[in-house]
Design a protein around this ligand. Structure first.
Ligand code: SAM
Length: 225
């Protein structure tokens, strides 16, 4: 049995990376110019094809197998919920409901978030809610730039607005994420531990069942600072 023995990311890094602040400030001051691919433009069109143009939007960024997208669509039936992942294999895995019982206010699309976020912004779209649930932690010290909050695309994320929530099982990740988001928004971004009584994603279930602490940061970007 190997299910409930998931490990907290092991890293030589025990605290916020000493290059994080400089990296975030650099990305804030520099235009991210990498062109978006046609493939990701088509993915955005697919993501919005079933939208009525009026329902508030929810983005489940890095949705994996999409269980959280389904749960969010059920919890917010008057919203249009978009689950995005780069892995076709994960997106295509069996769902917890037969097709006939799947919510109709959601869509799962394969795309690279690095482009998808920028295309949403370019299209003038605003999010009502935005989830980063258990993003890949990239725990090696030299992989700082692969963590979302140290990536060149990160300044786009708060500009999409809404209630933004990140969850992780690595304390260093949430501390860095909160620090980076504070720099970009000028707000105090707090993080906390929480109990996942009803796990929202398979990773959350696995970490909870392995007895790990879970961390989250929730910020309402549309509220007055
Ligand atoms: C650790 S998994 C978490 C999946 C899911 N949120 C969960 O909690 O079960 C991280 C997910 O992010 C996706 N991902 C990583 N980088 C991505 C990118 N640039 N664009 C889209 N998806 C990405 C991966 O394919 C993977 O499914």
């Amino acid at each position: 049995m190997t299910y409930a023995n998931s490990r907290i990311p092991r890293s030589a890094q025990q605290d916020v990376h000493d290059k994080l602040v400089a990296r975030v400030v650099k990305h804030r001051e520099t235009m991210f110019r990498k062109p978006c691919t046609d493939y990701n433009r088509a993915a955005l069109a697919d993501a919005l094809a079933g939208w009525d143009g009026a329902a508030p939007l929810i983005l489940d960024a890095g949705c994996g197998v999409g269980h959280s997208t389904i749960a969010l669509a059920r919890a917010y039936p008057d919203h249009w919920v978009i689950g995005v992942d780069q892995s076709a294999d994960r997106l295509n895995r069996r769902k917890p409901y037969p097709a006939a019982l799947m919510p109709t206010n959601m869509v799962l699309v394969r795309a690279d978030l690095v482009d998808f976020w920028r295309l949403l912004l370019e299209g003038g779209h605003r999010l009502a809610r935005h989830y980063l649930l258990y993003p890949n932690p990239w725990p090696k010290i030299g992989h700082l730039g692969r963590r979302w909050h140290a990536h060149a695309v990160f300044p786009v994320i708060p500009r999409l607005g809404g209630v933004l929530e990140c969850r992780t099982n690595w304390q260093v990740y949430i501390a860095e994420y909160a620090c980076a988001l504070s720099i970009l928004t000028g707000r105090d971004v707090c993080w906390e531990t929480f109990e996942a009584t009803v796990p929202l994603t398979p990773f959350e279930r696995k970490y909870r069942d392995s007895g790990q602490a879970l961390y989250r940061a929730v910020v309402d970007l549309d509220a007055a600072p």
